[in-house]
Design a protein around this ligand. Structure first.
Ligand code: SF4
Length: 325
């Protein structure tokens, strides 16, 4: 897999600039055309969201079409619907490259096992996530996943996977970042795991897990204090429930339950103007007039003001670096 040395140096420089030495960076598979001119027409893609994320992640760039030996530039590929499969077809040469492509995806599996997420280029027959044109008898019959995205969904269903277009939606963006940074934290925790550290890890995710999935949160609560399991078994089980718990984007109501709880938590410490201000913000969030991050910052500020270390330790209040809000 290709990884540009220059880019690595640039990322390190930016990270230093933002004083990010202690930050845990999620390892993310990125379509290589976000970094280099490897597209079929010899161009690259400059995407605002991806550029913003780059200094905060550890990118692994891959271009399946270049990896299987198609040159740059190359003639266009399309996906054609055949009975039970999709054909990866190069129109100009008449080549069916499906088998070659699937062989490459198999080689990619060890890398996919190591990453916390993937951001792929939309609309591509290889990379698109639900946005690629599907042809049948020379006519477009709908949108589908590119072959790489399809394989990720099939073989790594819990791996956070988005394309740059979907990440423009603030809710999808927030959820994706929560997942990749939480998974990176988990991986980092595993390096020195111990029963007491598992309790601390779990405690810091309490509000977040409770918001995302109450049922699995309760299971995780029980699991952490369970005595008849050794640490290895516990960690395996915890990991699978944790990944599942954060896999689904919570609804506005789920967030509001937690946010109202936080408002009540501070209620005795605030004056009437402050209370009114916060209730007003909650109403605005309900009506989609402000973003979740605004409220998270307000509550985090209150936690600082009242030196509430328990709340300050909650990942829900800052699940990823604030500069990415
Ligand atoms: S979309 Fe995927 S296959 Fe196409 S150029 Fe980008 S990385 Fe390569």
């Amino acid at each position: 897999m290709h990884f540009s040395f220059f880019n690595k140096k640039l990322v390190t420089f930016i990270a230093k600039l933002y004083n990010l030495k202690v930050m845990i960076k999620p390892k993310i598979l990125l379509s290589r055309c976000f970094n280099e001119p490897v597209r079929y027409n010899g161009s690259s893609v400059l995407d605002k969201v991806v550029e913003k994320l780059k200094p905060f992640i550890d990118p692994v760039y891959v271009c399946p079409e270049v990896e299987i030996g198609l040159g740059i530039p190359r003639s266009k590929i399309i996906l054609i619907k055949e009975k039970n499969r999709k054909k990866f077809f190069q129109v100009e040469t008449g080549k069916d490259l499906t088998v070659k492509f699937l062989e490459f995806i198999n080689q990619l599996k060890p890398i996919l096992e190591k990453v916390e997420g993937a951001i792929l280029k939309s609309r591509s027959p290889s990379c698109g996530v639900g946005s690629t044109k599907l042809y049948y008898n020379g006519v477009i019959i709908g949108k589908t996943d590119g072959l790489l995205a399809e394989s990720i969904k099939l073989n790594f269903p819990e791996l956070p996977l988005e394309d740059e277009e979907r990440l423009k939606n603030p809710e999808i963006y927030h959820h994706f970042l929560v997942r990749i940074f939480s998974l990176a934290e988990w991986k980092n925790f595993l390096k020195n795991a111990s029963p007491s550290k598992l309790v601390s890890f779990h405690n810091s995710y309490k509000f977040l897990l409770k918001t995302y999935n109450k049922e699995l949160f309760k299971k995780l609560e029980h699991l952490v204090v369970k005595k008849d399991l050794d640490l290895k078994e516990k960690l395996l089980l915890y990991e699978s429930l944790f990944k599942k718990a954060i896999s689904k984007k919570p609804s506005k109501i789920q967030h509001l339950n937690t946010l109202y709880y936080l408002a009540n938590y501070f209620t005795r410490k605030l004056n009437s103007k402050e209370k009114r201000y916060i209730l007003n913000l909650l109403k605005k969030f309900k009506r989609n007039q402000i973003r979740l991050e605004t409220l998270l910052s307000v509550f985090k500020n209150l936690a600082f003001r009242f030196e509430d270390n328990y709340l300050l330790s909650q990942k829900y209040l800052q699940p990823f670096p604030e500069v990415l809000y």
